[in-house]
Design a protein around this ligand. Structure first.
Ligand SMILES: C=C(O[C@@H]1C=C(C(=O)O)C=C[C@H]1O)C(=O)O
Length: 432
């Protein structure tokens, strides 16, 4: 575990003239790994620079981050003149899927956070007390920079198989179906990766802009080089209200609206997809019920329309009873059956056995937490991880829930559809 605990953080949030787009203000030339984003449909927060952070791994990764954050908050001086979601002292975070992952989980406090909500914009500046004593500007309130130039595209991009080529991954899916039919487990989510290689370094700002343009109903995120547009909210905690959006059960869109409507109706009645969905909802509802009263869980899912796919979706809500933070809730909910399976321990072993890769931070919680413990943690799906050494390389991921009725060829096609957001953000038109 590495953490740089500065003396004491000073944070100040103030209202600024409404910015058209927070993403457009991410500065060019900043360290790409220090760019942070959590934006949906024009609202959200972005950050840059890093004033404090922790990197940790293993079983204790969530607890390490939570302990560190509590200390930072306890020592900090926060002046929040705005009091909206995302104001005050905020850390962005991204956690490895597995406790045995080689990848570090991170929580980072940017030097500047720019946010927008319901037409109001704000900026939070953070410095250390030591810097403030030396007269470094920051907490006193830096001006919001002008919108930056549109970032450069990464040029020609090629895609290569990651751990498993398509046919080998289909064999893994077939083996999972066999084990499910033999009664070893009910559901497992199997993922695959693709390696993207571009002509020039990949600027996360370019990807974020493109993802936000097309996938406006998703949460467009970046934390420490992990970039994506997730439609799945693991947990949001806002003033005691806990909400979660569970997705599982997917159909690819055709591009023909009439046909897509018919597909949506068939998805809502597909017993294979409804079964897959039920496992995921049960895994989330069980945990929410442990932390909340007044749990609200609709009996039937709705169909969520995204530009590339349709998902079965259920929104679960409850009122927090015990003062847990959003990060504690994320830890308790991770991994849900939407990205792991049922029962979890068997599914996790099967994932390690059949995927032949380290998921890194893909499918782990990604989001932010504030000084009250409120925050939003999505599941890092439809995403890619910038290579820490080579800025022209990125690893893209996609996975599918496998149940007894799954067909390996259809699952491969579904995983391809889930790779579309990142592939098209990187390069248009895509080429294999
Ligand atoms: C695992 C992924 O997506 C998850 C799996 C789904 C499914 O199998 O139907 C749907 C949404 C997500 O919960 C992914 O996008 O990589």
């Amino acid at each position: 575990m590495t953490s740089d605990v500065p003396t004491r953080l000073l944070a100040r949030t103030r209202e600024v003239d409404d910015v058209r787009s927070v993403l457009a203000h991410l500065p060019a030339g900043a360290d790409p790994r220090e760019l942070c984003s959590w934006v949906r449909g024009g609202d959200g927060i972005v950050g840059w620079g890093r004033v404090a952070g922790i990197a940790t791994c293993g079983d204790s990764r969530f607890a390490d981050a939570e302990t560190w954050w509590r200390q930072i908050v306890a020592d900090a001086e926060v002046v929040d003149e705005v009091d909206l979601v995302g104001t005050g002292l905020v850390a962005f975070g991204s956690f490895a899927y597995s406790s045995v992952s080689a990848e570090q989980s991170v929580l980072a406090v940017p030097r500047v956070i720019l946010g927008r909500r319901d037409g109001r914009s704000f900026v939070t500046t953070v410095t250390t007390a030591a810097e403030a004593e030396r007269g470094r500007p920051g907490a006193a309130g830096a001006d919001v920079q002008a919108e930056t130039e549109l970032p450069d595209p990464p040029g020609e991009v090629s895609f290569a198989d990651g751990a498993l080529a398509g046919p080998a991954w289909q064999t893994a899916v077939a083996e999972a179906v066999r084990r499910i039919s033999a009664g070893e487990l009910d559901k497992v989510v199997l993922a695959r990766d693709l390696i993207a290689e571009s002509e020039s370094p990949i600027d996360p700002r370019f990807l974020l802009e493109r993802l936000a343009e097309v996938y406006g109903t998703t949460w467009v995120f970046a934390v420490d080089g992990l970039v994506g547009a997730t439609p799945e909210m693991l947990v949001r905690l806002e003033r005691g209200l806990v909400t979660s959006r569970v997705l599982a059960g997917t159909i690819r869109r055709t591009g023909d609206d009439d046909r897509d409507l018919a597909l949506a109706a068939s998805l809502a009645h597909s017993s294979k997809d409804l079964e897959e969905h039920e496992y995921a909802v049960a895994s989330v509802a069980d945990v929410i019920a442990r932390y909340c009263t007044s749990v609200n869980m609709p009996e039937t899912p709705f169909v969520l329309h995204l530009p590339n796919v349709l998902h079965l979706a259920t929104d679960v809500a409850g009122r927090l009873t015990n003062g847990a933070s959003s990060l504690t809730l994320a830890q308790a909910l991770h991994p849900s059956a939407a990205v792991c399976g049922t029962p979890k321990p068997v599914a996790d072993m099967m994932i390690a056995d059949l995927e032949h890769m380290d998921r890194g931070r893909y499918a782990g919680p990604v989001g932010w937490i504030d000084d009250h413990g409120d925050g939003e943690w999505g599941i890092a799906l439809r995403s890619g991880a910038l290579d820490p050494v080579d800025p022209r390389r990125m690893r893209l991921f996609a996975g599918c829930g496998i149940v007894a009725g799954s067909d390996p060829e259809a699952e491969l096609a579904e995983s391809d559809a889930k790779l579309v957001p990142m592939r098209t953000a990187l390069a248009a038109p895509t080429r294999a």
